[in-house]
Ligand binder design. Structure first.
Ligand code: GAP
Length: 467
């Protein structure tokens, strides 16, 4: 917020460098030169990412009456991807440069760099581009010890299919009635032609997906409700500025093969307005495909098990005494894009009265990797150190809040370090603490300090974290 007046405009390089320096996110396999489009979450990154997933799960599963959870496998029977349509249609258009042999996404040339002239986009140099051709983005892996044409599986490119193929299992084991949804968080893999922009477009990422099953006539209303609910989620729970979110009605020509309507929630990242989450009306496409027999033209004719599935993925409606294939509304968000948005939104630089620059991550406390840091004013005074460590132990007992102890620098520097990673509270133990058992509690955002008795410290911090 630039000292509370104007928002700090952050660029991607600043975020990337903070993430590396403070242990949020590292390039995967860095010591071997890395691997393109793959990243590792470090000690603070894993906490931030887990906190985002916890918030999402709480909001979408625990705080509702119409949701169940699932954790399906990444490897699935290959036929799932045939009947889902991904084998045939999960493609991006790709072009080759005949000169440098680089391969680029034909519809994103403006985002790519010519391999020979870094200031030019592909096609702007003397190299001629081939005609676009379809490139399937699913990764293949061998399953079992025999490597032949049949013994491979795909790494799932979306978590959604794990939900569809388990529809009947969940229905039968929970006795749910329509409408209800199934939520899942898990890894997805896409062999992106041009992964770029840090963790924005990567080849291995996580999704937070909901498949919400309803009667066909309920789908439109459910669609609108999920769009509204999830905009509110990003604003109220993750702390994104509503002004930096935009709804984008995806035109038919850009929609996925299964979608009758899609609205993307765009966030204003440092790289521009980009998709954070998509909400799609998938109709009865997926449950239908996994259930219906295909005729010779590939047209799905009747609701009978297809030649490979053993179960009809239908719902028996006792009011009409008929089987229906439910419609599905799908809110699907990328965890990594959520983490990136939260970091960009929270990043702030301000100039203090003494002229020093302070970097502060104004994360919502629920997202902060560390909730409280306990700091001794003097690390050479054993009684202060002992008291600080004992307070930290007491705070972390029960595991409700991540607490750390740090005495590796002077107090001012320790505060800056915690500000930079978004720790909402610092507790300082000083000489007065030894006499009257009180400590100072410093608030990250206002930098104001208050004295509290150690007996009331844990409850007071928990209260503030909960609110
Ligand atoms: N099941 C629907 C589905 O997968 P999608 O729009 O392709 O729809 C959903 O992906 C979300 O997953 C996106 O809104 C985005 O947040 C995230 N996502 C997709 N591809 C990604 C990639 N290569 N890197 C990081 N996140 C990605």
């Amino acid at each position: 917020m630039g000292g509370g007046l104007t928002p700090t405009v952050v660029d991607m390089d600043t975020i990337v460098s903070l993430c590396k320096r403070r242990g949020f996110i590292f390039q995967s396999s860095e010591i071997y030169g890395g691997i393109q489009g793959v990243f590792d979450y470090g000690p603070l990154g894993v906490e931030l990412k887990n906190n985002l997933k916890k918030l999402w799960w709480r909001h979408n599963v625990y705080e509702r009456d119409d949701m169940e959870g699932l954790d399906a496998s990444i490897l699935m029977n290959r036929r799932v991807w045939k009947y889902s349509g991904h084998e045939d249609t999960f493609v991006d258009p790709m072009v080759d440069c005949k000169l440098c042999k680089g391969r680029f996404r034909a519809d994103k040339l403006g985002e790519s760099q010519c391999l020979l002239h870094s200031k030019l986009h592909p096609g702007e140099c003397e190299g001629e581009l081939t005609e676009p051709r379809a490139f399937n983005m699913m990764f293949r892996t061998q399953v079992g010890p025999v490597a032949d044409d049949e013994s491979f599986a795909y790494l799932r490119p979306e978590t959604a299919q794990g939900i569809f193929v388990n529809f009947k299992n969940v229905l039968d084991s929970t006795n749910r009635k329509l409408p209800f949804g199934i939520a899942q968080i898990g890894k997805a893999f896409r062999n992106e032609i041009t992964p770029r922009n840090f963790i924005f477009r990567v080849r291995e990422f996580e999704q937070m997906e909901i498949e919400y099953f309803c009667r066909p006539e309920e789908a439109e209303g459910a669609f609108d409700a999920w769009v509204k609910d999830h905009v509110d989620f990003w604003v109220n729970e993750v702390g994104l500025d509503r002004e930096k979110l935009r709804l984008y009605e995806v035109p038919e020509s850009d929609r996925a093969h299964y979608s009758k309507r899609t609205i993307d929630i765009f966030y204003q990242y440092p790289i521009g307005w980009e998709e954070l989450e998509g909400i799609a009306n998938r109709t009865d496409y997926d449950l239908g495909s996994h259930s219906r027999q295909q005729d010779s033209l590939g047209v799905q004719a009747q609701v009978i098990p297809n030649e490979h599935t053993t179960e009809k993925l239908t719902y028996f409606d006792h009011t009409t005494n008929k089987h229906v294939v439910p419609f599905v509304v799908e809110p699907s968000a990328g965890v990594d894009r959520g983490v990136l948005a939260a970091l960009c939104e929270a990043y702030d630089e301000e100039t203090l009265e003494n002229g020093e620059k302070r970097v502060v991550l104004r994360l919502k406390p629920a997202l902060s990797p560390i909730k409280v840091a306990v700091l001794p004013l003097k690390k050479n005074t054993p009684e202060i150190v002992a008291m600080a460590k004992s307070i930290k132990n007491e705070l972390q007992k029960g595991g409700q809040m991540r607490a750390v102890y740090d005495d590796t620098a002077a107090i001012g520097k320790l505060y800056r370090r915690q500000d930079e990673v978004g720790t909402p509270f610092c507790v300082t133990v000083d000489f007065q603490s030894l006499e009257d058992q009180t400590v100072t509690v410093r608030d990250r955002d206002s930098m104001q300090q208050a004295r509290l008795h150690i007996n009331e410290l844990k409850a007071a911090l928990q209260d503030r974290l909960d609110s």
